[in-house]
Design a protein around this ligand. Structure first.
Ligand code: URA
Ligand code: CA
Length: 434
């Protein structure tokens, strides 16, 4: 087999065989096929697309490029949740404890943030002492005991995807439905979950900006999961404006704690209820969304979910005091008001700009090596549809290094749009794909 022929075939609109796809994935992972040939193939795929069979074969070739985690020592149906990436998306920190408190095991392997999207691991590390590094035995033991554990992805999970994603990132070939679907699903399948709930984001802060593309991506991923025997459901949810109010690591942990106390932002709470309901259904802890929702609401009302969060924090070496007293979380030195320049209705809050505003303060990583400042970020004071008076704060900037304030404010100016007319209501959840 020759790489040249495979590139030519795809360039001319042909369909790649399973053997050809495996040849590319294995050869590239081992370093036998150079970047320039794989780049050319990725661009050909970008324009000529792949069909469902090719996408499924690509997914499994990437799964088999590394370790497939065996979670069979954990009792019960392990349901994983994955979001395609958003701004201020604190759902994992709320869902984990809720679903675990409802009796379903949550064995979560999470990532770190890169660019304008945050990562669960970084957020959790703002809790003093908490460690996300542990041997596999300890991870499994914690899930069996607490029903919830969160760890970093092992280095050898879908290594082909790691290399391909890095190459796509620099060759303008990220936003192709087959490539995104296979990338995400290869990691989920390799991580060993029995069932998967996907939160596909749509809008200005998401990879997929239109509803059609978002539903197509959702369907592609659900089909891949189902084809390999993992029950998969996808929700298409809004990422035009950030989720909740807080964007930034410790700030989002506080928001998650508030939500577990029943005092969180409405959109974050609603999305968690929806995602959590499908997690409980796939875990066979509920028959339908109505029952599932009642169970989840109970975990909030009785304090069971909040206690579960405490139990989880303690089991991973963190200080559980933080949950009763979020004042113990890292705090920024300054809180600066970002004020409205005119009165009117908030018409838009462009999620990606808010993400970048938090990034320039140090809440995210510009490169993989960047150090994160866990305390800083942006807390919205208004959401889309709210009325604001001139001079009233639209957001609060939590900042340590004041030399970064101006850049942050410039970003926020681009994020907020205030108009005289009240904007049309935009739904939070656009649909469910099964
Ligand atoms: N997230 C991934 O893991 N892969 C993609 O291709 C896009 C988003
Ligand atoms: Ca948030």
């Amino acid at each position: 087999m020759r790489m040249y022929d495979i590139i030519l075939k795809k360039r001319n609109g042909g369909e790649l065989t399973k053997e050809e796809i495996e040849f590319v994935v294995n050869g590239y992972t081992k370093g036998e096929i150079p970047d320039y040939q794989v780049s050319a193939l990725l661009m050909a795929i970008y324009f000529q697309k792949m069909n469902k069979r090719e996408t499924a074969d690509l997914t499994m070739a990437m799964v088999n490029s590394g370790e497939v985690v065996d979670l069979s020592a954990i009792e019960g149906i392990k349901v994983d949740k994955h979001s395609t990436g958003g701004v201020g998306d604190t759902t994992t920190l709320v869902l984990g404890p809720m679903v675990a408190a409802a009796g379903a095991p949550v064995a979560k392997m999470s990532g770190r943030g890169l660019g304008h999207t945050g990562g669960t691991l970084d957020k959790l590390e703002s809790i003093k002492g908490l460690s996300i590094e542990m041997p596999k035995e300890k991870f499994i033991e914690n899930v069996n005991k607490v029903k919830l554990a969160v760890a970093g992805q092992t280095a050898n999970l879908a290594p082909a995807d790691k290399k391909l994603y890095a190459l796509r990132d620099v060759t303008a070939t990220v936003d192709n439905i087959s490539l995104i679907a296979s990338s995400i699903m290869s990691k989920k399948i390799a991580a060993g979950a029995d069932a998967i709930v996907l939160d596909v984001k749509t809008g200005a802060g998401a990879f997929m900006k239109t509803l059609d593309d978002s539903f197509a991506l959702a369907k592609e991923m659900v089909d891949i999961g189902t084809n390999v025997g993992r029950n998969t459901i996808a929700i298409v949810s809004d990422m035009d404006e950030p989720l909740g109010f807080a964007v930034g690591n410790a700030l989002e942990v506080k928001e998650a704690i508030d939500t577990l106390k029943g005092k969180g932002p409405k959109d974050l709470y609603e999305l968690c209820m929806t995602l959590g309901s499908y997690m409980l259904i796939l875990a066979k802890k509920a028959d339908n969304v109505e029952t599932a929702r009642e169970i989840l609401e109970d975990t909030i009302r009785t304090g069971a979910a909040l206690n579960k969060f405490k139990e989880f924090v303690a089991a991973q070496g963190g200080d559980p005091e933080v949950i009763d007293n979020p004042e113990l979380l890292p705090k920024a030195e300054h809180i600066i008001e970002f004020k409205a320049e005119e009165s009117g209705y908030v018409n838009k809050i462009v999620a990606i700009e808010v993400g970048l505003a938090a990034l320039v303060l140090g809440a995210g990583r510009e490169t993989k090596e960047s150090q994160i400042d866990l305390a800083v970020g942006v807390v919205l004071n208004k959401k889309v549809g709210d009325y604001v008076e001139k001079g009233e704060p639209l957001a609060y900037i939590h900042v340590n290094d004041m030399s970064k304030l101006k850049d942050c404010e410039e970003r926020l100016k681009r994020a907020f749009q205030v108009t005289k007319e009240k904007p049309e209501h935009r739904p939070l959840i656009f649909g469910v794909v099964t």
